[in-house]
Design a protein around this ligand. Structure first.
Ligand code: BTN
Length: 254
């Protein structure tokens, strides 16, 4: 079902105002335009279709009209929450909770901010920071496997392709906004450790042998600790390397 008018949710902050576009270039652009005014804190932009959706590393985000959730949240967080790793974790954790609640499917976070179901990427997050923070989330909902093959994205998936049934995109969007709102409230009220615990669990990397690529080099070892402050990688028995999460580009289980 397409809702082309703006709506409100009875949330704490996020989604108290939801602005809906039938078609726009990028929901992140619409949110960035509102970033001069802190009264827009928590505004959500939703689009049925994007004509120039942005992905990470300058890539495009492709999603057919009405096939997925295309959403951006505008936030004015306090300085201590303006950390890419924390914001990516917040968004990805909310996505995992939404997927679990709507479909019953298990999902995992692929570092730093993709969400996979059965090893297929169903969601990507693009955080852009300026005067405010814009968190853009693309969640594939009703695409058929052929859509991804045609788009040259064989490793992508949608909730429908993995669950075997279609979902109401706007119901999924509503649930996602609610989970984003609850997790953001945890961050704002000094309960970031609860988000951190969900993130650690959804990364499924603790205690595993991994290859970690950071801006300072690539190492192999067993991940002994994962927190917003540091990753602890045991490179030799008893020798633990502390890595700053913001510098870590990729983590692969080996
Ligand atoms: C990625 O490359 O994995 C991140 C994709 C982020 C896509 C979303 S869709 C809604 C928002 N608007 C954009 O232009 N990009 C993000």
């Amino acid at each position: 079902m397409i809702h082309t008018t703006d709506w409100q949710l009875p949330t704490r902050l996020l989604g108290r105002r939801v602005i809906v576009y039938e078609s726009t270039d990028s929901t992140n652009n619409r949110a960035l335009e509102l970033s001069d005014d802190a009264a827009n804190d928590g505004v959500v932009i939703l689009a049925h279709e994007q004509t120039a959706g942005r992905g990470q590393h300058g890539r495009r985000w492709q999603c057919g009209p009405g096939d997925g959730v295309l959403l951006s949240v505008l936030l004015f967080p306090p300085a201590e929450l303006r950390r890419p790793v924390l914001l990516a974790a917040w968004a990805a954790v909310a996505v995992c909770s939404t997927i679990g609640e709507i479909t019953g499917l298990e999902s995992r976070i692929k570092w730093p901010n993709d969400v996979l179901v059965q090893e297929r990427k169903v969601c990507g997050v693009l955080i852009e920071q300026g005067k405010a923070v814009v968190a853009g989330i693309g969640l594939n909902v009703n695409q058929a496997p052929a859509n991804f093959a045609d788009a040259g994205l064989p490793e992508a998936g949608s909730l429908a392709s993995l669950a075997g049934r279609n979902f109401d995109v706007y119901q999924v969007a509503t649930k996602l906004i609610e989970h984003l709102d609850s997790a953001y409230a945890l961050l704002l009220t000094g309960r970031a450790s609860e988000v951190e615990a969900m993130w650690r669990q959804s990364l499924s990397l603790l205690g595993r042998d991994t290859e970690v690529a950071s801006t300072d080099g690539t190492w192999r070892g067993r991940l002994r600790g994962i927190s917003f402050e540091s990753l602890e990688l045991e490179v030799y028995a008893g020798s633990v390397l502390q890595l700053i999460p913001e510098r870590v580009r990729q983590i692969r289980a080996v």
